[in-house]
Structures are given as C-alpha cells and as structure tokens.
Write a protein that binds this ligand. Sequence first.
Ligand code: AMP
Length: 365
Amino acid sequence: MKVGILGGGQLARMLALAAQPLGIETLCLSATTDTSAKPVSPEIIRDDNSPTQLQDFTDQVDVITYENENIPLEIATKIAAHKNIYPGATALKVAQDRLLEKKCFTQLEINTPQYSAIESQQDLNDAVAEIGLPAVLKSRRFGYDGKGQFIIRTPSDIDQAWQTLGNQALILEQFIPFQTEVSIIATCDQQQQIKYYPLIENNHQHGILRLSRAPYENLQLQQQAQLYCQRLCTHLNYVGTLAIEFFLIDGQLLANEIAPRVHNSGHWTIEGADTSQFENHLRAICDLPLGSTASRGNSAMFNCLGELPPINDILAIPGAHFHDYHKQARPQRKLGHITLNTDDNTLFNSSFEQLCPLLGIDSIA
Ligand code: AMP
C-alpha cells in the first residue's frame, strides 16, 4: 500500500513515520525542497506549471490524503475522479471556509459562537450592533494560528478592523471569554465506525497552540464532544482523523473550528495513546481496522516555537520525549514538540514543573 500525502510539513513527516511499521509506503507532494518530511519519506516537488504532475503523482499511489485543508478544492476534485482522497471533498470544502463551517455547526445543532457573514462595512456595522462587542472579525478563508483576525473591542476599532481585513470575505464572531479551550480528536473508518480520543485542554498564545494536556476528564463534556463528532462524520461522510476545537464557557462547549486532518493538539497521542492519531488516520484511509484510542496515563505536549530547547536538558527529565521536525528556525515557527507522558501523577507534576521554564511557558500553566 502506498499513501500519497499532499504536503511535506511536520504532519506529513509524522504520518510517514507512523506508516513505516505498518509496511505502508508514503510519497509526499511537497511545495519546497527542504521539507520536514524529506528525511523520512520520498517526495516529489510540486510544479504548478506541469500539466501532468498531479496525474503522475496520483498514478503512483493507492490512496491520497493531505496535511493542510487549504489545498485548492479543484485539486481534490481532480484527484477524486481517479483515486480515493480522504477526508473527501465535502469535508475539505466546509473546513476551508469559516462561514460554511459555522453554518454546518448550526445545521447539525452543534453549539457555536454567534456569527454573521460580512461583505461590506455596512454589514460589519450591522453585525456589531447585533452581536455586540467585543467581537472577532476573521477572514473566511486561509486563517490559521490566529492569522487574519482582528478583535474589535470598542466601536472606534471598527474602521481599523475593516481597513486591515476588508479586502476579502469575512465573518464576525462573538468574542467568547472562555474558561479554557478543549479539542476532541476522532478517527472514522470506511464503515463509519468512529474511535474517540479523550478531550484535550489547549492553551494558545497569540493565536498559536503552546500547550496541550490530556486527558481532560469530564464525562459529560466528553459525551457531548463525541456526539458532535459523530454528527459531523456522518454529515460529511468522513474518513480519517478529525479534530474539533471548542471554547468551554459556563460548562458548555462552543465549537470554534474543525480540522479535517491530524491535528497539533493530538501530537501527544504518539506516546500517550494506545494508537496515535497518525496511525489511526493511516489505518482509516487504508481501510484497516482502527486501534484503541485509550490514553496511557497523563500527557502534556509543548510546542517549540522559533527555537528548540537543548535536547540534553529535555531528555534528562523523566517521561519527556523530544520531536525535532528538521525545519529551519524562524521566529514563531513550529520547529518541534516535547511530549511528557507518564502514568505516575507525582512524576507527571514534577516533570511538568521542570519542563515549563525550559519551554518558556511558565505564564500559562
Ligand atoms: P482560530 O484561528 O479560529 O483557531 O483562533 C485562534 C485562537 O484565537 C483560538 O484558539 C482562541 O484562543 C482565539 N479566538 C478565536 N476566536 C475567538 C472567539 N470568537 N472568542 C475568543 N477567542 C477567540
């Protein structure tokens, strides 16, 4: 079995690493030469001027997946005419557009912040009057890690928000003063059987994920999140790993967005779950039985942004695991992650305390 992966970043790398013990080969279609996936998977460098490259790539693999939901829909549709691409084009279309995504939540009775589509400055004024302030103006497409967003706190911010983002399709969302953020990751196989990972608590800084901890134990919220996953998987005819990010406020989950792929908040599953999100994604798209999603003790995953900590210092901490994505350093770039995993609570707490200052996140834990 050979899996084609659109993209060659760290998600492609971790998929390729998970594929090897299963005897699954991978081939990445990468945008640049020096990719994260290159040391662990064969790759083809994308040539948008080649009329035959996509077909050649498709012909070389048995099934195709992707690491980024912003691939053009036409590409997914072209591939789907010849080969299975998972998750399918419907999931991709919904996840690419915050308005379609929110409408899908509404249709499936998945609680979400109040929102309004914005196409003009008058729309924005009307939506602010309806939703109230503070509110978050977001680009409908290509927003990630907090990019393409403007928090409107007072009426005097409206002009600047419009000037900053007004040249594209937008959505205005109620600002949620959340207690915390959580996500659920699930994998759906080709028979629509779903395996759910435990809820994960996430801390973001400047819109970028810094720390995930799992399991976040709350039976009622776990069941609610699973129900939401189930509705989405059925509605989207979903195959593969899916993430839903939520705000938690007043004991309620409000869905923020979905990711139709393996997700940063699920990296802890490599050491912290019976089967990682990467392996289960591969199992789903290759029509293999899914593995157990049970967690093994407590896990924390720290993103390394802009620089990697000294490996010796990290590996000296009991329960800590080092993941270097093999990427060039740039400010705020995700270069790797550290996972802490142990079933010993006392050890978890002491190792966590040691890791936080090394990873520069003492202010949020
Ligand atoms: P997003 O790109 O939508 O995932 O947003 C990135 C981060 O910005 C989220 O994880 C939140 O921390 C914050 N954020 C986004 N939307 C809202 C909102 N409506 N209310 C409060 N915080 C938000």
